[in-house]
Design a binder for this molecule. Structure first.
Ligand SMILES: NC(=O)c1ccc[n+]([C@@H]2O[C@H](COP(=O)([O-])OP(=O)(O)OC[C@H]3O[C@@H](n4cnc5c(N)ncnc54)[C@H](OP(=O)(O)O)[C@@H]3O)[C@@H](O)[C@H]2O)c1
Length: 263
């Protein structure tokens, strides 16, 4: 972790010192530690189905958000005019660098599936775009990068590669580029995405990419996991698959992150 964080002990000590100076009766026991300030989060793919839910979850949890979008009018329509939007394209490194001022973390939920011209291929977006964002974010001192990848990225003969321009192969190369960039990363590999409500099912965390078909998760739950990764150091430098099963929804994913092996 590269960002300066407020240490609870230091915070309590300064409160105590302030209380002494002012003759207050405040003590370290009675002082409530302040919540750490939340970083500004840049969301790539924010106009997409998953990205817009990532933005909504960030807002719900009080994170300042900047949407990195190709079309600001579409962003205003999808996300609401109150969400700050930076115009850019993951294929254009300069536009990424220009969007990173003050940003503490990035979440990349972009994918070439949304169309956008002949040059907007999985190679250009899911690989090079993910890499461009990682390199620019690392250079700008951004503290963490959460990437929405996919189950099946290690299966070169997966049918999705035949159907969609080797999309899973390019997504794996994107993962590798993010991990090699030097930034702290969290790589989230969801199963097939659905549009149902989040927070209604148990989210299962796995590693090893052993299976990819017949396993689903709602995009809203992917958003919840991505945002949770920002506040748990145990989510850093880990790669994992997620899917949903019937059962009690987790209130928090900290224990799931703790149980994962690091990369
Ligand atoms: N569908 C599945 O079942 C499934 C399963 C596992 C993983 N995934 C992955 O999960 C992620 C989210 O999927 P989704 O279906 O929610 O996505 P989506 O609705 O198709 O949204 C894709 C987003 O990527 C943006 N984008 C595309 N090219 C871009 C570029 N060159 N620069 C910047 N932004 C660009 C799009 O912007 P515009 O609005 O401007 O087009 C859109 O906001 C994707 O990475 C996908 O591959 C999908």
């Amino acid at each position: 972790m590269r960002a300066l964080r407020i240490l609870p002990g230091l915070f309590a000590a300064s409160l105590l010192a302030a209380g002494c100076q002012q003759g207050s009766e405040a003590t370290a026991e009675t002082a409530t530690p302040a919540e750490e300030p939340k970083p500004l989060v840049l969301v790539a793919g924010a106009t997409g189905k998953t990205g817009s839910l990532v933005v909504a979850e960030l807002q719900r949890q009080g994170y300042p958000v900047r949407a990195f979008v190709r079309d600001t009018a579409k962003a205003a329509e999808r996300l609401g005019p109150e969400v700050e939007a930076a115009a850019g394209d993951l294929k254009d490194a300069d536009s990424i660098a220009a969007a990173l001022g003050g940003v503490g973390a990035v979440i990349n939920a972009a994918g070439a599936s949304g169309g956008g011209g002949e040059d907007n291929t999985p190679e250009k977006v899911d690989y090079e775009g993910a890499r461009n964002l990682a390199d620019a974010a690392y250079a700008a001192g951004v503290d963490q990068y959460v990437l929405v990848s996919s189950r099946g990225v290690t299966m070169d003969d997966h049918f999705l590669n035949r159907m969609f321009n080797n999309v899973l192969i390019w997504k794996r190369k994107g993962e590798e580029a993010v991990a090699a960039s030097g930034i702290d990363y969290t790589i989230v590999r969801p199963g097939g995405l659905g549009d149902g409500e989040g927070g209604q099912q148990t989210i299962v965390f796995e590693q090893g990419d052993a299976r990819s078909e017949g396993i689903f998760i709602n995009r809203a739950d992917v958003g919840r996991v991505c945002v949770a990764a920002l506040k748990h150091d145990a989510a850093r430098n880990k790669v994992f698959e997620i899917h949903a099963v019937e059962g009690e929804p987790q209130a928090d994913f900290g224990a799931n992150f703790e149980a994962l092996a690091g990369s």
